[in-house]
Design a protein around this ligand. Structure first.
Ligand SMILES: CNC(=O)[C@@H](NC(=O)[C@H](CC(C)C)CN(O)C=O)C(C)(C)C
Ligand SMILES: [Ca+2]
Ligand SMILES: [Zn+2]
Ligand SMILES: [Zn+2]
Length: 163
């Protein structure tokens, strides 16, 4: 889900920083790093946005793997069910993206593909809402789509309408 009701609708800059906090044990750290970077580059290629990795906790988008109650009002729910969530643009928790570490995160077609889920979540972190179009990356249910054409025409139009 995206919780934009407590945040603004868009970032007021084109260079957005992200930082990775707690990792999952399902994948090597450098694999998580590259899948996260690839998920951001999906949006960078379709827009005027640039994403820069930071190693401090005051990045715009904090990316973390957490379980159950984890300090915001949206505890996760154990295996299956909700896979992840992200807050809409804004200060503090704005943009922050959390992955439910009770899921089995993979780089392939088993478990839940981190690249695909991250690309969806980062759409929310940039201010996009869900789409009713099954072809859209912002469709509310998971499908392990091929990494090639992840964004639908609608997704590209929506991100460019916003930035
Ligand atoms: C397999 N489980 C699902 O498909 C679940 N959907 C999700 O966890 C969404 C993320 C997917 C689309 C990557 C939650 N979301 O919208 C975050 O921004 C349920 C449909 C069960 C809620
Ligand atoms: Ca879950
Ligand atoms: Zn969503
Ligand atoms: Zn959370």
């Amino acid at each position: 889900e995206e919780y934009s009701h407590i945040q603004g609708t868009r970032w007021n800059k084109n260079v957005i920083t992200y930082s990775i906090g707690r990792y999952t044990r399902d994948l090597p750290r450098n694999t998580v790093d590259s899948l996260v970077e690839s998920a951001f580059s999906v949006w960078a290629r379709a827009s005027s946005l640039t994403f820069v990795r930071s190693h401090t906790r005051n990045a715009d988008i904090m990316v973390e793997f957490v379980t159950n109650e984890h300090g915001d009002f949206y505890p996760f729910d154990g295996p299956r069910g909700t896979l992840a969530h992200a807050f809409g643009p804004g200060l503090g928790i704005g943009g922050d993206t959390h992955f439910d570490d009770d899921e089995y995160w993979t780089a392939g077609r088993t478990g839940f593909n981190l690249f695909v889920v991250a690309a969806h979540e980062f759409g929310h972190a940039l201010g996009l809402k869900h789409s009713r179009n099954r072809e859209s990356l912002m469709y509310p249910t998971y499908k392990s789509s091929s990494s090639a054409n992840l964004l639908s025409i609608e997704d590209v139009a929506n991100i460019n309408a916003l930035y």
